[in-house]
Design a protein around this ligand. Structure first.
Ligand code: SAH
Length: 362
């Protein structure tokens, strides 16, 4: 039975009627208006349940009960950008800034490797201190020492030349959330000198260079509308990324959005299911932000179609300083403690963590 037939059957069984939902499950070409109509169905618990079931079925079909883990190394919280929602934006004078040395980064990998990680993610603010030469050296050392591991970068917008050098040095993947695909909304959340066009171009360049690419957005960011979310889904459809990172927006006390409402957990789960259905093979993390908004957020994410978790391998003493938003979880634990806690959480929803690079399926 095809995925689509299965989806339709689920629909009929559950009676989550509605033409728009069946059209979505049949994989029909959707306009922005169609996506808005689909998103309006969030108010209908039967539709939520039906999409969740379908997403979970697809996740199981392609990945079984396997959950891939990525060891996140937050190697610098210096940033030259001033994204208005982000705790480590350059305009925040209250951040205790830190940088990890090459040795410190390698020691995080070492620790991670022993814990079963086969993907390392180097994430940071856009920190000019790590110029191309320094990045290339770090990438080479990690790939030399751990040839069986995948290396993911998440260090923002760079030139094509830099991306090419990092790729040639051995980087396999790149995470660069587009944040919002709507121009006016992007403008609202970022200062003048940043542009959505540049960010989107970076994603296309990364694809062209042969990276496995991850895009994504925050759910419930200030002034976000259903139309914006519809545009996010349309942009993802156009880009066809290998990974999609979404998580609730969470206010940070030292930003202009300190008093804003955080993004909603149920909305995030609804969108995770929609994304799994749109891209059945996509690598989809249940994010730390989701776990911050709900103690069982990541487990719920797995049940909504996610299949990746990205625990922290950063040194314990730096973790609280990589504060993108308030109350971030797992800032007081050692990597080994996180790993054990995660294994339990993942098993509680019938999944298990695998020691595997977890590359994109084609
Ligand atoms: N400098 C890198 C890494 C950014 S941090 C880059 O530009 O890609 C990783 C992600 O954290 C961001 O892409 C953003 O989506 C998310 N983030 C930042 N501030 C946040 C907040 N207040 N709430 C939730 N997520 C946030």
């Amino acid at each position: 039975m095809s995925v689509t037939d299965k989806g339709r059957e689920n629909m009929e069984k559950k009676d989550c009627s509605g033409d728009i939902v069946s059209r979505f499950l049949r994989g029909e070409e959707f306009t922005r208006k169609d996506f808005v109509k689909l998103l309006e169905q969030k108010e209908n618990p039967k539709v939520c349940e039906c999409l969740q079931k379908e997403a979970l079925q697809l996740r199981r079909q392609y990945y079984g009960d396997k959950v891939y883990i990525r060891g996140l190394i937050e190697f610098t919280n210096y940033c030259k950008n001033n994204c208005y929602y982000c705790g480590i934006r350059c305009g925040n004078p209250h951040v205790k800034r830190y940088r990890l040395s090459e040795e410190e980064i390698l020691s995080c990998c070492d620790n991670g490797y022993k814990l079963g990680f086969r993907t390392f993610v180097l994430q940071g603010g856009e920190d000019p201190y790590y110029d191309d030469e320094k990045m290339v050296s770090i990438i080479r050392k990690i790939k030399e020492k751990y040839p069986d591991c995948a290396l993911t970068l998440s260090i923002g917008e760079k030139s094509e030349e830099s991306y090419r050098r990092f790729r040639e040095a051995g980087a396999d993947r790149y995470l660069l959330r587009h944040e919002t695909a709507n121009k006016a909304h992007y403008r609202l959340l970022h200062p003048e000198e940043m542009s959505l066009i540049n960010r989107k171009n970076c994603l296309y360049t990364l694809k062209k260079l042969g990276y496995q690419v991850g895009a994504g957005f925050m759910v419930g960011s200030p002034e976000q509308t259903l139309e914006h979310l519809a545009e996010d889904l349309i942009f993802l459809r156009e880009l066809q990324p290998d990974m999609v990172g979404i998580g609730p927006f969470i206010p940070h006390h030292d930003t202009r959005y300190a008093e804003e409402q955080a993004g909603d957990v149920e909305w995030t789960l609804f969108l995770l299911s929609i994304i799994r259905i749109m891209f059945p093979k996509v690598l989809l993390p249940a994010t730390t932000a989701l776990g911050t908004m709900d103690v069982r957020g990541r487990e719920k994410g797995l049940l909504a179609g996610a299949n990746v978790i990205m625990p922290n391998l950063s040194p314990k003493e730096n973790r609280k300083d990589y504060e993108l938003y308030d109350n971030k979880i797992c800032t007081g634990e050692e990597a080994a403690e996180c790993r054990q806690c995660l294994a339990r959480r993942v098993e509680s929803v019938g999944c298990h963590i695998v020691t595997d690079r977890g590359d994109a399926l084609y």
